[in-house]
Design a protein around this ligand. Structure first.
Ligand SMILES: [Zn+2]
Ligand SMILES: [Zn+2]
Length: 238
């Protein structure tokens, strides 16, 4: 009986190879220790928006942009900069029908969240139903669900919906981004007092800010943004 158990355990774990280099990786994150060390971790970052801080800015903990104009959310948690190999994993997960590649990233983000304030509810950045139909899954919802389960927090993908099928943000300039998203998210119920919004990548923060405004207008008091990665040195476009 014991041998059978041991063999099953070995078979299961030997199949768990590192998603980046195929070395054996017996851990929940499915990324081996060598690859983990080489990932583009964000070290010192603004405690509000997670933008990396320069050594000159470091004593302040909050970046100059957030000091000047605080964002409508309380805090962004982003373990990584959006560059190799994190960008590749996210692109493959999102556009090449390999959503399982999100699992190690969700595990790493969950670990990062263990010492941060936890909300009452976790929600994903919603996709418009048309785009959901094209892609077949919402990568943000897959991440959010797994993180919520890891942290034992309720999850909902119904509280917030995307009402307009807006063009991709990447194709638009600063003003157009904000205009593009204005009123395109709708809160469909009364939100709890604290919520975390999960997405794969945060670029300018326009989406996060727009959702935060919508949730706060509906009665939520504290909004946290949890993302796998953020692009560095982007302008604040709140
Ligand atoms: Zn590896
Ligand atoms: Zn900041």
């Amino acid at each position: 009986m014991f041998t059978k158990y041991k063999n099953n355990w070995l078979k299961f774990n030997l199949n768990r190879r590192c998603v980046l280099c195929s070395q054996q990786a017996i851990s929940q994150t499915r990324i081996c220790d060598d690859c983990l060390t080489d990932l583009p971790w964000i070290g010192n970052a603004c405690q509000r928006c997670a933008n990396p801080l320069s050594s000159a800015q470091l004593p302040h903990l909050i970046c100059p942009q957030c000091q000047k104009k605080p964002p409508p959310f309380e805090q962004v948690i982003a373990p990584f900069e959006y560059r190799f190999p994190i960008d590749q994993l996210i692109q493959l997960a999102k556009f090449n029908h390999r959503p399982h590649l999100l699992n190690p990233l969700a595990e790493l983000l969950s670990l990062q969240l263990q010492n941060t304030p936890l909300p009452e509810l976790v929600i994903p950045v919603p996709l418009h139903p048309k785009r959901l139909q094209e892609r077949q899954y919402n990568q943000a919802a897959l991440l959010a669900k797994r993180i919520a389960r890891n942290l034992d927090i309720p999850f909902s993908n119904r509280l917030l919906i995307k009402t307009d099928n807006t063009p991709h943000q990447a194709e638009l300039d600063r003003k157009a981004r904000r205009k593009n998203l204005r009123n395109s998210f709708q809160c469909c119920g009364s939100p709890p007092s604290s919520i975390a919004i999960v997405d794969d990548v945060m670029t300018t923060g326009t989406t996060a800010a727009e959702i935060s405004r919508e949730l706060k207008a509906a009665g939520c008091h504290r909004v946290y943004i949890w993302v796998i990665a953020r692009t560095a040195k982007e302008l604040h476009l709140y």
